[in-house]
Design a protein. Structure first.
Length: 271
């Protein structure tokens, strides 16, 4: 009888944990999607301005969120990556890495976003955020949800682990840089922070549509990017999966060389 009670207790605990996990996942699923920013509004004691020129795409995928932003007016670009959870009308983002032009930040920061759903997407408000001059501002952003489209085999958010080029029989390993990439429902976005030969950090981003064109093949069609060779152009990418949490992509360049990048899926337990 004691053994039966112990078994039943274990089963009850397992069922409770599954139900809790399902409830938590269900909350996150309320935000899951791809969103295009319409405007940003900053309000403070000495500032009241609205920006409509920024090209920003943001996704909520599983336990992670990622955004990329480019402003063609001043050529500034930025991106951020982190985890999130939801509770009623509040989304809490735990940002683990951001890059903005020549500045990176790997310190985890937590922001509570008040969310108001709209017919076309949502409006988010961060009541208190520090501006560049130290002022405390209220930040409001409105997003429209993008047509989700079809999934790709690379759904999720990935971190670049290795990169190299193949030119004939020669393989050249390249310096690693901090790059994240996401695929979700026919969309892709990426952001990287690269240290150039002078030691200066340069941030680049891109986003657009991703279409499966064959077995192990995806076409990326750039919509917006800080790199002029990306926006408005298509890239045929060959990829191979190594299990479900790692993939390698190959892009054949105009000179016949092949650029290779190896990615691993983000794992919350490793953050």
């Amino acid at each position: 009888m004691k053994r039966l009670f112990a078994v039943l207790s274990v089963l009850s605990l397992a069922i409770l944990l599954v139900n809790c996990k399902s409830a938590e996942q269900k909350k996150r699923d309320q935000m899951a999607g791809i969103y295009r920013m319409m405007y940003q509004s900053f309000k403070g004691e000495s500032l009241d301005t609205t920006i409509t020129t920024g090209q920003q795409l943001k996704i909520f995928s599983g336990e992670y969120m990622m955004y990329t932003r480019f402003n063609p007016v001043d050529s500034s670009s930025s991106f951020g990556i982190g985890t999130y959870n939801t509770e009623k009308d509040t989304v809490t983002e735990h940002i683990m890495f951001t890059a903005a032009d020549s500045v990176t930040n790997a310190t985890t920061r937590t922001y509570s976003l008040i969310i108001k759903k709209t017919d076309s997407g949502y409006i988010q408000v961060i009541p208190r955020i520090e501006g560049n001059n130290g002022d405390v501002l209220e930040l409001t952003e409105e997003y429209n949800e993008e047509d989700p489209g079809e999934e790709t085999p690379l759904e999720g958010i990935w971190h670049l682990k290795k990169r190299y080029t193949i030119n004939g029989t020669d393989t050249t390993m390249l310096p690693a840089w901090n790059q994240y990439k996401a695929y979700q429902n026919n969309h892709f976005l990426w952001g990287n922070a690269i240290e150039d030969s002078t030691g200066r950090i340069r941030t680049a981003i891109g986003f657009g549509h991703a279409t499966v064109t064959g077995d192990g093949m995806i076409k990326e069609s750039g919509i917006a990017s800080s790199l002029k060779e990306v926006a408005g152009n298509d890239f045929d990418i060959k990829y191979t999966m190594d299990g479900k949490d790692k993939f390698t992509q190959h892009i054949t360049n105009d000179d016949g060389s092949i650029s290779v990048e190896v990615y691993e899926r983000l794992n919350k337990n490793k953050i």
